[in-house]
Design a protein around this ligand. Structure first.
Ligand SMILES: [Zn+2]
Ligand SMILES: [Zn+2]
Length: 220
């Protein structure tokens, strides 16, 4: 669907929003299913390569990382770039789905936090560790170095090789490992742009170096 039509679809359902051509944004009041609402601006420039950039403009959420707002830009922190690219190619295939399944859930979670002082569901760390955890979650493995190797594998062959060994280190063929679960995870990784994979790999390098440095000091 063309972006224009996707915008129309959003405006039809979310009647508190309008489209501002100059700001290339959806702006206004977003109502949650329970009747609560948030003043927001959704800037579309990065879409559909990445999630749109969303701002809570009512000043209700403090601009802090642990409240899932990036303090430098003031925009909402939804998920990592890698995960957003996977979602955009699988579940979140329109702006309406982005609003209904990502933005509304984000604000519902914030309303929950205001009442309970903690979020519901899984919490991710931010920054470098958040990026690494994101990949571990995509691949469903725990080990940082194995995760980095899998990303390298995904950047070097952007297509699946028939007899490729599984990224998990089991020694089994990717197609046969864990009854196909690992090959599905690896396919998700292939949905992430090479550019994103490569720039995220730098975080692994730093995290591994930090880890080695720490262990070095402990030995001395
Ligand atoms: Zn966050
Ligand atoms: Zn495996």
């Amino acid at each position: 669907m063309e972006i224009n039509d996707q915008v129309k679809e959003v405006l039809k359902k979310h009647t508190g929003l309008v489209f501002d051509f100059e700001k290339y944004s959806l702006i206004g009041e977003l109502f949650l299913p329970d009747g609560d609402s948030y003043e927001i601006q959704i800037v579309l420039y990065t879409y559909p390569r990445l999630f749109p950039t969303v701002y809570e403009t009512g000043g209700r959420i403090p601009p802090k990382m642990d409240r899932h707002i990036y303090p430098d830009s003031g925009s909402c922190c939804f998920t990592t770039r890698a995960k957003s690219q996977i979602l955009l190619k699988t579940k979140v295939t329109s702006l309406l789905k982005f609003i209904d399944e990502v933005v509304i859930k984000y604000f519902e979670n914030n309303s929950f936090y205001e009442l309970n002082k903690h979020y519901y569901g899984d919490e991710y760390s931010h920054g470098k560790m958040g990026i690494i955890e994101g990949y571990k979650d995509i691949l469903k493995i725990d080990d940082t170095i194995t995760t980095a190797k899998a990303i390298i594998q995904a950047t070097t062959n952007k297509s699946l090789k028939k007899h490729q060994n599984c990224y998990c280190g089991s020694g089994r063929r990717l197609r046969k490992c864990t009854n196909g679960k690992h090959i599905n995870n690896f396919r998700k990784l292939l949905l992430v742009e090479k550019e994103v994979l490569e720039s995220d790999l730098r975080n692994f390098k730093e995290a591994i170096e930090m880890y080695l440095e720490r262990n070095d000091k402990e030995i001395k």
